[in-house]
Write a protein that binds this ligand. Structure first.
Ligand code: Z5A
Ligand code: MG
Length: 209
């Protein structure tokens, strides 16, 4: 008896306005079109009680200690862990708009210790593929300007970009996000198809952060 087929955990990361949400949507539609079981997820998941506290903080309506908010972002992933793992092990691929890598990059950019930032993420499922939508903070800012949420400022986004650089590893693919919507999608497709196929056809084991 062979093991059950596992879905892939594909994560999109990048600065504000790098195009993550647009590309997640596009990628999910494409993968669905090939007959795969696939779902779009995002973090923070603002629909939970923890997520609504995060949302109030991001919107400026609540002040929280930097470490406390870091742990809330992490708890928001932990509260979804079981559901995430069940889906993956049942063969559904998840395309996730931001994940632990955002958690670490944004908090470390505030000056919190890097290892401290990584610690609460340890044990969560690791991404099979991280697509990093690469664009400079200046070029991203031109896309309609930043909104009103906390962190949406040029100087801070520069610090986040530096932190992301330090996190890049062998499961990361750097995608030139300055291209058109269609071109960025094209750049991501092949690696995604390969990753999903590897997971479905062999790599049953789910790695952990
Ligand atoms: N955060 C954290 O601190 N810790 C954590 O653990 C997590 C998150 C998970 C909220 O995230 C904040 O939470 C975020 C990190 C922090 N703060 N910041 N910055 P969010 O996911 O809710 O918000 P966001 O992703 O940062 O912002 P966004 O505006 O949703 O950006 P996006 O998804 O990358 O881009 P988009 O919505 O697809 O596109 C943005 C605009 O660019 C839009 O007008 C598009 O039409 C345009 N666009 C997109 N692609 C292109 C191309 N290729 N060409 C031209 N124009 C384009
Ligand atoms: Mg977005």
């Amino acid at each position: 008896m062979g093991a059950e087929k596992r879905g892939a955990l594909i994560v999109l990361e990048g600065l504000d306005r790098s195009g993550k949400s647009s590309q997640c949507h596009r990628l999910v539609e494409f993968l669905k079109g090939t007959g795969l079981k696939v779902e779009a997820w995002r973090f923070p998941d603002r629909t939970t009680a923890i997520g609504s506290s995060i949302s109030a903080y991001l919107g400026g309506g609540a002040e929280l200690d930097d470490r406390a908010v870091h742990l809330l972002f992490s708890a928001n992933r932990w509260e979804k862990r079981l559901q995430m793992e069940k889906k993956l092990m049942a063969g559904t691929t998840l395309v996730v708009d931001r994940y632990s890598y955002s958690g670490v990059a944004f908090s470390a950019a505030k000056g919190l210790d890097l290892e401290w930032c990584k610690a609460p993420e340890v044990g969560l499922p690791a991404a099979d593929l991280v697509l990093y939508l690469d664009i400079s903070p200046e070029e991203a800012a031109v896309r309609g300007g930043y909104g009103d949420e906390r962190y949406e400022q040029l100087d801070f986004q520069k610090k986040v970009a530096l932190q992301y650089k330090g996190l890049q590893g062998k499961r990361w693919k750097i995608v030139d996000a300055r291209q058109s919507f269609d071109q960025v999608h094209e750049l991501m497709r092949e690696t995604c198809v390969k990753t999903v196929s590897n997971c479905l056809n062999g790599c049953h084991h789910l790695s952990r952060l």
